[in-house]
Design a protein. Structure first.
Length: 354
């Protein structure tokens, strides 16, 4: 008697993922256990037999490291010499599949004109987009969640020595670090497991970041640049003189001889990108001359003050000593409230050669 045995095989797969909520753009979180088990159904003599389960093949999802830094400044941040705590703003986004810390560094661009001073990096503690002294004090990103973005500031002082139109560029570099728990800065992940064999029982690191403004692709970091741009006053001061008359030639080709009347003109031009405010010009009366009383003129909107003690005080009022001059005037002080960008100002006065 011949027995006919018919086996019918049915295959099914079961994928177990420890996920909660909606799918993450960063992908399945690292460390998630992925199990796969096959089942076999069959019959003998037309009778269904007990289902057979295969062994479970398991692996851990690896750590895909991917971070993006982007500047939030839509244009260069305009500063003036001497300003303090000037802010460049950036965003840092965790595009990977692991909660990570990030070490943060401000890197000066070596090709720029100048450097700022007292350069610091701070995380936006309340994520309101505004740097706040005393609130934003943490210098690293702590436990940044998958798909999360945090604002980070570079805060610097601007030296007095910088010039109009100088550029000081800074790159914010975010280096992926291990998440070591709240308020603990993890160590930098300085290498991936690209050269290692796959280990299903371990969470391995794969760098997937792109190239930044100061770093290469697939290095576990990313960077972006923003700039300070100096807008300063740039005053050009020019002093000229002309002989108006002398006792021999009058006004016809006069010469610089005793008794000659000489005019002086001090011209100021602001070639900078910012107004020059509270401009003070000190102009000593030349030796061997006497100031012509009432000869001064100041444009636009400036005022003139006088000293008879070489600038110790500025309350002296010139007096005509009989020849139209006051030889007691030693210095003049010209005050301009403001000389606007691309604006000019001037002061004029006359003396007589003694």
């Amino acid at each position: 008697m011949m027995r006919t045995i018919t086996k019918l095989f049915g295959m099914s797969q079961m994928l177990v993922l420890i996920l909660a909520g909606t799918a993450l753009a960063g992908g399945t979180p690292s460390g998630t256990v992925v199990d796969n088990t096959a089942t076999v159904d069959y019959q003998v003599g037309g009778m269904a037999q007990t289902t057979i389960n295969s062994n479970t093949a398991s692996f851990l999802v690896d750590n895909r490291v991917d971070v993006t830094v982007a500047t939030l400044d839509v244009a260069n941040i305009v500063v003036v010499p001497g300003m303090m705590s000037q802010v460049l703003s950036f965003s840092v986004t965790n595009n990977g599949n692991t909660v990570q810390d990030y070490a943060l560094n401000a890197l000066a661009d070596a090709s720029d004109d100048v450097d700022a001073t007292n350069v610091n990096v701070f995380v936006d503690g309340n994520n309101n987009g505004t740097y706040e002294v005393g609130t934003d004090v943490v210098p690293y990103l702590d436990e940044l969640a998958i798909d999360a973005t945090q604002t980070v500031f570079i805060v610097s002082d601007i030296p007095l020595s910088v010039m109009d139109a100088d550029i000081a560029g800074y790159h914010l570099l975010a280096q992926t670090s291990y998440g070591s728990g709240p308020n603990i800065q993890g160590s930098i992940i300085d290498a991936d497991d690209a050269d290692e064999a796959d280990d299903a029982a371990a969470v391995q690191v794969v760098f997937a970041d792109g190239a930044g403004s100061s770093d290469a692709a697939n290095d576990g970091a990313h960077s972006s640049r923003s700039n300070y741009e100096v807008a300063s006053a740039n005053l050009l001061v020019t002093k000229t003189h002309n002989v108006i008359s002398d006792p021999i030639n009058g006004t016809t080709r006069p010469k610089n001889i005793p008794g000659a009347q000489v005019g002086y003109n001090t011209s100021l031009t602001n070639n900078g990108g910012s107004d020059a405010d509270n401009v003070v010009v000190i102009d000593p009366i030349p030796a061997s001359t006497g100031f012509v009383v009432g000869s001064h003129a100041v444009l636009p909107g400036g005022t003139m003050e006088y000293s008879n003690d070489n600038g110790a005080t500025w309350t002296y009022v010139p007096l005509d000593t009989g020849d139209g001059t006051d030889p007691n005037v030693t210095d003049m002080r010209i005050l301009f409230p403001s000389i606007i960008s691309s604006g000019t100002a001037q002061s004029t006065y006359q003396v007589v050669i003694q």
